[in-house]
Design a protein around this ligand. Structure first.
Ligand SMILES: C[S@@+](CC[C@H](N)C(=O)[O-])C[C@H]1O[C@@H](n2cnc3c(N)ncnc32)[C@H](O)[C@@H]1O
Length: 272
C-alpha cells in the first residue's frame, strides 16, 4: 500500500493559525519553506511538524522583544516634531531598548557606525537585512543627504512601524516585508548589514546563508555575531567566528573584522 504524501497546505495552514503569529503577521512563504525543509529532513510528517513548529518559534523569536508599536510611533512623532537631534536620538534609543539585539548595541552606538563606515565608506544606499529595530539607529549613522535605507524583516507589524519611522526620520527608502532567505532583496546598494542573525539562520537550515550572500548586489556585506550568549553566561565568540569563516571559506572575498565589547563585525569586500 503506498503511503499518502503529507498535505503541505494543511500543515502550513495549521501552523499559520497560531494566534501570536496571526497578530504580528508572518509570511506564509516562511512557514512553507520551513515545513518543506523539515519534511525533507525528518523521518515522518509528525516529526516534521513538531520540528517545523520549533524552528518557526526560533525564526520569529518573539522572545527577543517588541515595543508597543502604537506608543512607539507616537513617541517618535513627538520627538521628531521638536526637530531637536538629542530628543530624536533619545526617543530612538528608548524604542531600541525593547528588542535584545538593539538594546545590547546601545552602549556601542557612538562608535559603531563611524568605525564600520571607516572601512566600507559611508554608504549612499544601505540594505539592512533581518533588520529588527536597527533602522532606529539611523540618527547615529551620519548618512549623506539623499541616502536610501532599505530594511527587510518577516514581522509585518514591525515593518509597518519601520515604514512610519523611516518617514519621520526623513530617510529615503522603505521597510519591506520579506523573508530574505526565500526571496533575496531585489534592491542593490553599497553596504548590506546582516547583524546578529547569521548563527540563527544557519539553525533554520544549515548552508542557508551563502546563497543569500551570493545573491546580494552590494559592494560590502557586513555580518556580525554576538560574543556572548543571550543570557551573557557563555562566551560564544570563537564558535561563531569559526562558523562565519567556515561559510565564507567557499568565496575569495577579503574580510576585515572589527571587534566591539559584545559584537564582532565581519566586513566583507564583495565588490568594493
Ligand atoms: C536577532 S534579531 C536581529 C535584528 C537586527 N539585525 C539587529 O542586530 O539589531 C533578528 C531579526 O531578523 C528577522 N528575521 C529573521 N529571519 C529573517 C528572514 N529570513 N528574513 C527577514 N527577516 C528575518 C526577525 O524577524 C528579527 O526582527
Amino acid at each position: 500500500m503506498s503511503k499518502q504524501p503529507p498535505d503541505v497546505d494543511a500543515i502550513v495552514a495549521e501552523l499559520a493559525r497560531n494566534k501570536k503569529y496571526r497578530a504580528i503577521g508572518i509570511a506564509e512563504d516562511t512557514i512553507r519553506d520551513i515545513v518543506l525543509s523539515e519534511l525533507a529532513r525528518q523521518p515522518n510528517a509528525k516529526a516534521a511538524v513538531q520540528s517545523a513548529r520549533k524552528k518557526l518559534h526560533e525564526v520569529v523569536a518573539l522572545y527577543l522583544g517588541d515595543p508597543d508599536y502604537d506608543a512607539a510611533e507616537a513617541q517618535l512623532a513627538d520627538a521628531c516634531a521638536t526637530g531637536d537631534p538629542a530628543t530624536i536620538r533619545a526617543a530612538c534609543a528608548a524604542i531600541m531598548e525593547a528588542h535584545d539585539s538593539t538594546r545590547e548595541r546601545l552602549p556601542l552606538l557612538e562608535s559603531f557606525y563611524p568605525r564600520l563606515f571607516a572601512v566600507t565608506g559611508v554608504p549612499q544606499t544601505v540594505l539592512d537585512l533581518a533588520c529588527g529595530l536597527n533602522p532606529l539607529a539611523i540618527p547615529w549613522m551620519g548618512l549623506p543627504a539623499g541616502a536610501r535605507y532599505y530594511a527587510y524583516d518577516l514581522h509585518q507589524r514591525r515593518v509597518d512601524f519601520l515604514n512610519r519611522a523611516l518617514a519621520l526620520l526623513g530617510a529615503g527608502g522603505a521597510a519591506i516585508f520579506q523573508d530574505i532567505l526565500v526571496t533575496p532583496p531585489q534592491e542593490s546598494g553599497d553596504v548590506a548589514l546582516l547583524l546578529k542573525e547569521i548563527h540563527r539562520m544557519e539553525k533554520r537550515r544549515r548552508g542557508i546563508v551563502l546563497p543569500l550572500l551570493d545573491a546580494l548586489e552590494v559592494r560590502w556585506i557586513v555580518l556580525s555575531s554576538p560574543t556572548r550568549s543571550r543570557t551573557g553566561r557563555r562566551a560564544v565568540k570563537e564558535a561563531y567566528r569559526e562558523q562565519v569563516h567556515g561559510i565564507l571559506a567557499a568565496r575569495p572575498w577579503p574580510i576585515i573584522e572589527i571587534e566591539f565589547a559584545n559584537e564582532l563585525l565581519y566586513c566583507i569586500a564583495k565588490a568594493p
